[in-house]
Design a protein around this ligand. Structure first.
Ligand SMILES: Cc1cc2nc3c(=O)[nH]c(=O)nc-3n(C[C@H](O)[C@H](O)[C@H](O)COP(=O)(O)O)c2cc1C
Length: 180
C-alpha cells in the first residue's frame, strides 16, 4: 500500500507536523506501507495559471514544470493521500492551496484513491474552522472522484499537539484505521 502525505504548515516541527507524525506512526504500525512525504513550504510550486490545458481531451497534464512534477508522480502511485494543514482563515494554508489548485486536472486521470484530512487550529471562539474546512474537503474529494477517508482535527489553543496525549493517541488510531 502506498501513502503520500503533505504537510501544509510552514513549521516542520509544529502542531500539524506532530499530528501527521502520529498518524503515520499508527499507519506503519498496522500495515506494511510505503510512504512518501512532502513538506510543501520548502517546495517550488507556482500558482495555477488557469489555462485549462490540464482539462483538455488528450491532455498530458499541467503545462507548468516545477516541483509539482514530483507530487504528480507520487499522487499517481498513491493509494491513500493525507493532507495535513493548520487552519488559516477557516481554510487550508496558502502552501496547501497552491498544491490543490495544481491538481485541478487530475480528477479523471488519477483513479479512485482515499484522501484523509488532518487539521490543527487555534480555536478562539466562535470558531467554525474545522466544520468549514471539512465541508470544503468533502467537496474537493467529490470533485476529484476520490473517497473522503475521514478527518481529524485538534485544537491547539491550550496544549500543543506534542504535549497532548489524547491527540497523539487519536492520531495513532486514525492512522491504523486508514489502512484497514
Ligand atoms: C495566518 C494564520 C491564520 C490562522 N487562522 C486560524 C483560523 O481561521 N482558525 C483557527 O482556529 N486558527 C487559526 N490559526 C491558528 C493555527 O491554525 C494554529 O495555531 C495551528 O495549530 C498552527 O499549526 P502549526 O503549529 O502546524 O503551524 C491561524 C494562524 C495563523 C498564523
Amino acid at each position: 500500500m502506498k501513502i503520500v502525505s503533505f504537510l501544509g504548515s510552514p513549521k516542520k516541527k509544529g502542531n500539524t507536523a506532530a499530528l501527521l507524525d502520529s498518524v503515520l506512526k499508527g499507519l506503519h504500525e498496522s500495515a506494511v506501507v510505503e510512504s512518501e512525504y512532502f513538506f510543501l513550504h520548502d517546495m517550488k510550486i507556482a500558482p495555477c495559471n488557469g489555462c485549462d490545458a490540464c482539462k483538455k481531451a488528450n491532455s498530458t497534464g499541467c503545462v507548468i514544470r516545477d516541483d509539482m512534477d514530483l507530487i504528480y508522480a507520487a499522487l499517481r502511485k498513491a493509494d491513500i493521500i493525507i493532507l495535513a494543514t493548520p487552519i488559516y482563515w477557516w481554510s487550508v494554508t496558502a502552501q496547501m492551496k497552491l498544491m490543490i489548485d495544481r491538481i485541478y486536472g487530475m480528477d479523471f486521470k488519477c483513479g479512485r484513491k482515499k484522501i484523509a484530512l488532518l487539521m490543527t487550529y487555534g480555536g478562539e471562539l466562535p470558531n467554525s474552522g474545522p466544520e468549514t474546512l471539512e465541508k470544503l474537503f468533502v467537496e474537493i474529494c467529490d470533485y476529484l472522484k476520490m473517497e473522503a477517508a475521514g478527518t481529524l482535527g485538534v485544537c491547539t489553543e491550550t496544549l500543543t499537539v506534542s504535549k497532548n496525549e489524547k491527540a497523539l493517541q487519536d492520531g495513532l488510531s486514525f492512522g491504523a484505521k486508514l489502512v484497514k
